[in-house]
Each structure stands twice: as structure tokens, then as C-alpha cells.
Ligand binder design. Structure first.
Ligand SMILES: Cc1cc2nc3c(=O)[nH]c(=O)nc-3n(C[C@H](O)[C@H](O)[C@H](O)COP(=O)(O)OP(=O)(O)OC[C@H]3O[C@@H](n4cnc5c(N)ncnc54)[C@H](O)[C@@H]3O)c2cc1C
Length: 408
């Protein structure tokens, strides 16, 4: 008889799910743990920006999921469809029901392409691209190298939280550097249209980024949210906010890099675990302990939660030991009350690529205060940090992080 009850049930076997499960089983090999994960493949998404810039092989960003399933975990190859926390039950798409003592929720983030009219139809053709999908990351490089400079190159960021908030800019800087090296870069060519109001939330790093924009003569347009793309006529439409008014603005392009609006997966939005009345439906957790405030035998980690940190794999690395410690306390003491919980300070990191061979490693906490690792000024662009991103971090990911090592 296949097992239907788990001491710990994990939803999602991505960066967070695999690394937490592996860490838990390392600490307590006797745990009865199951992971609900539908995908055969596991992706190293942070390298997709490099792929878009032509500096990384897309095939090196994907591995079989089976290779990284922790020993001792049951792989439930299905979608979680409904969470019934009052019954400690998860129902899958195929209708199976699993019960749990403790639940760890980490199905990542949802790309809401439907919020940009025409994106579903045009993405991957007519100069319309994105590094946010495995399929179109390589096409981004094609768009950059075939760009003639006769028209504009547009780069968008939405008005919702996104995974890797720096990615829309990283690909723009790589493209600009490519145009500069080919001698076609000129003013009024590269434009950043962002639904946000500032270039970066941490002042120290924002200052460097504004200099980088200046170097590439990038036009900055804040509070402009992309809502439609027309591949036939190569026009993008934005809702531009000014005070209380919203104006529709049309901009012609030769190429456009789209960053999709994002939200929690729909099955989380409609579950009792979501923040009440939040249209983006993030899963509610205490931002320090990662425990659900209303269902204390439920924990959340990674992109899906409402914690106001930068949604990155780097954040997960710091969240992981906090969740594991707090959850193991609960399991060992058969409780959901943790007298002295381990806490997460909102650490997130963004390796901001600013050109080929150039990277500024931003690291910061909930208060947007830098939390830097290295004993030098990380507010500067450096070749050593480019090597860290391109050569070191992918190896750490596949060989240590996913195995529950290198956490914290
Ligand atoms: C272009 C790009 C650049 C990035 N750059 C960086 C970077 O430089 N540094 C950095 O630290 N981070 C970066 N990130 C962010 C990083 O990849 C994510 O923050 C990280 O993968 C989040 O981990 P997660 O486990 O929450 O989600 P994911 O790793 O996305 O995993 C979610 C898992 O849940 C599964 N799932 C989905 N729905 C269900 C369901 N219904 N039931 C069960 N399972 C489900 C999925 O199949 C998937 O395996 C980047 C991301 C992108 C896209």
C-alpha cells in the first residue's frame, strides 16, 4: 500500500523544497517525508540571464529532478491542487489525498503572462523575448545579436514583486554592453520601463546602477507598467501613472525584453494559507520564524511567501536553517509552540550583472541595509564577482545547496 500520511509533507521540489528536505533528512534520517513535485526536470534559473546574454549554455541549467531527490524522501509525482489545513490534508490533481503532521509549502511563484495582452501569442517571436522562461532565454541572445540599432530596445519590469528583482536590469546591461561593443549604441536606443518607482531599494547599490544607466545612455521610465504587446506592429503599451491619473502610452520597438507580472500560484491564492484579501495571494508566514500565524504546523519558504525580502535563491539559503531548526523543535517536542525560535533577518542577494565581466554583488536585509559577505566594497562592479556568479555559484547549487549543505 503506498503511504498516504507523512510526518513532513513538502509541496514543491524546487530550490527551496529540495534543499529543505535534504537538510531535514540529514539532521533526522528517520523522518517520514514526502515531496509533491510534478516536474521531471529541475532548473537552475539564476543562469538564465547569462544565457540571454550568450554567456552560458542553456543545457547546463537543467538536470533530471530524480538526480536530486533526497535519499529517504518519497517523491509524489503530482500537482498539489488543494490544501485543507483544518484537516491536515493536501489533495493532488489526480485526486489523491495526503495527510501530514507538518507541512512545508514551497511551490515557487507564478508567471502571470496573461496580464500582458499578446504576450502568450508573441513571446519568442518578432523580437519579443524574456529570460524568465527556459524556452525563450536563448532567443533573448538571438534578439540582442540581431538588433540593428535602427529601432529601440525596450526592457520592462512589472509593478508586482518578482523573483530576482535585478534580472530585468541585468539582461538590459548585457544587451547594452553588446551594442556598445558592436559600436551601435547611441542615446534614445535602450529604455527601461518599470512599474516600480525606483531603480533599486538599497541606496548604496542604486547609486552605482544609476551610473551604469548613464554609461549606457539608458532612458529610465518609472511607474510605467507594460500591459500589451503587439508583435505585428512592434508596439508595446504601458499604463503610465502620474498622481491619480493613468495614461496609456504606446512605444515602438525593434526588440523588447518582457518581465512578467508575478503572484503566488493560484492553488495557494485560493487556499486558507494565503494572506486574507491579498490579490496576489502570497502565502502568509511570520517573516522571522517562517511559521504560518493561523496554522502553526505549516511553514513556508522561498518565492511563494509574503516575506518582504528579495525573492532569490540566496534568501532561501538563509531561510533554510531557520525553518529546519524551528520545524525540528516542533517535531521533537511534539508541539507547535517554539519558545525561542530561530529567526530570519530578511537577507537577500542580487548579483547585479552590469556588463560582460562586470558584476556588483548586492546583499541586504529587511531594512534595506547592506549585509555584505566580502571584506571589500561590494558597491563596485568587479570581475571577481562575475566569476563567482558564472563559475562558482552554479557548482555550489548543484553540488551542495540542493543536497542541504551550505545553508546559512
Ligand atoms: C531569470 C532569473 C534570474 C534569477 N537570478 C537569480 C540570482 O542571480 N540569484 C538568486 O539567488 N536567485 C535568482 N533567481 C531566483 C531563484 O531562481 C528563485 O528565487 C528560486 O528558484 C526560488 O525557489 P523556490 O523553491 O521558491 O521556487 P522554484 O525553484 O521555482 O521551485 C518551485 C517548484 O514547485 C513546483 N510546483 C509548482 N506548482 C506546484 C504544485 N501545484 N504542486 C507541487 N509542486 C509545484 C515546481 O515544479 C518547482 O519545481 C532568478 C530567477 C530567474 C527566473
Amino acid at each position: 500500500m503506498p503511504r498516504t500520511h507523512y510526518q513532513v509533507l513538502v509541496i514543491g521540489g524546487g530550490n527551496a523544497g529540495l534543499s529543505v528536505a535534504a537538510h531535514l533528512l540529514r539532521r533526522k534520517p528517520s523522518l517520514v517525508l514526502g515531496i509533491i513535485e510534478p516536474s521531471d526536470k529541475h532548473y537552475y534559473q539564476p543562469a538564465w540571464t547569462l544565457v540571454g546574454g550568450g554567456a552560458y549554455d542553456i543545457n547546463k541549467t537543467v538536470q533530471p529532478e530524480a538526480k536530486y531527490m533526497p535519499k529517504g524522501a518519497d517523491w509524489i509525482k503530482d500537482y498539489a491542487e488543494e490544501i485543507l489545513p483544518d484537516q491536515n490534508t493536501v489533495v493532488t490533481r489526480s485526486g489523491d489525498r495526503y495527510t501530514y503532521d507538518y507541512l512545508v509549502v514551497c511551490p515557487g511563484i507564478q508567471l502571470d503572462w496573461h496580464k500582458i495582452k499578446g504576450a502568450d501569442r508573441w513571446l519568442g517571436t518578432n523580437g519579443i523575448t524574456s529570460v524568465y522562461t527556459f524556452k525563450t532565454a536563448p532567443y533573448t541572445h538571438q534578439c540582442i545579436t540581431s538588433f540593428t540599432g535602427k529601432g529601440k530596445a525596450l526592457f520592462t519590469a512589472p509593478n508586482t514583486p518578482i523573483k530576482c528583482g535585478g534580472a530585468p536590469q541585468k539582461i538590459m546591461y548585457l544587451a547594452s554592453d553588446n551594442f556598445r561593443r558592436r559600436g551601435i549604441l547611441r542615446p534614445d536606443m535602450v529604455h527601461f520601463y518599470s512599474g516600480g518607482s525606483i531603480i533599486f531599494s538599497v541606496q548604496k547599490y542604486a547609486e552605482t546602477l544609476l551610473k551604469v544607466c548613464n554609461r549606457y545612455q539608458i532612458g529610465l521610465h518609472f511607474l510605467h507598467n507594460c500591459v500589451e504587446v503587439d508583435g505585428d506592429n512592434k508596439v508595446a503599451y504601458f499604463e503610465a501613472k502620474q498622481g491619480d491619473t493613468v495614461e496609456r502610452v504606446a512605444v515602438e520597438f525593434e526588440m523588447i525584453h518582457l518581465t512578467p507580472p508575478q503572484s503566488a500560484p493560484d492553488f495557494i491564492k485560493r487556499s486558507p494559507l494565503a494572506v486574507p484579501n491579498d490579490p496576489l495571494g502570497w502565502m502568509e508566514v511570520d517573516k522571522h520564524t517562517l511559521q504560518h500565524p493561523r496554522y502553526p504546523n505549516v511553514f513556508g519558504i522561498g518565492d511563494v511567501t509574503n516575506t518582504p525580502n528579495a525573492k532569490t535563491g540566496a534568501a532561501i539559503r538563509k531561510q533554510n536553517p531557520v525553518l529546519v531548526e524551528n520545524l525540528l523543535y516542533c517535531i521533537e517536542h511534539k508541539t507547535t509552540t517554539i519558545p525561542q525560535p530561530k529567526t530570519y533577518n530578511g537577507y537577500g542577494s542580487c548579483p547585479l550583472i552590469t556588463g560582460y565581466g562586470k558584476l556588483m554583488l548586492a546583499e541586504f536585509d529587511y531594512n534595506n541595509q547592506p549585509q555584505e559577505t566580502f571584506p571589500f566594497d561590494q558597491g563596485k562592479e568587479r570581475f571577481s564577482m562575475w566569476l563567482l556568479k558564472k563559475e562558482v555559484l552554479p557548482r555550489l547549487y548543484w553540488h551542495a545547496i540542493l543536497h542541504g549543505r551550505m545553508q546559512g
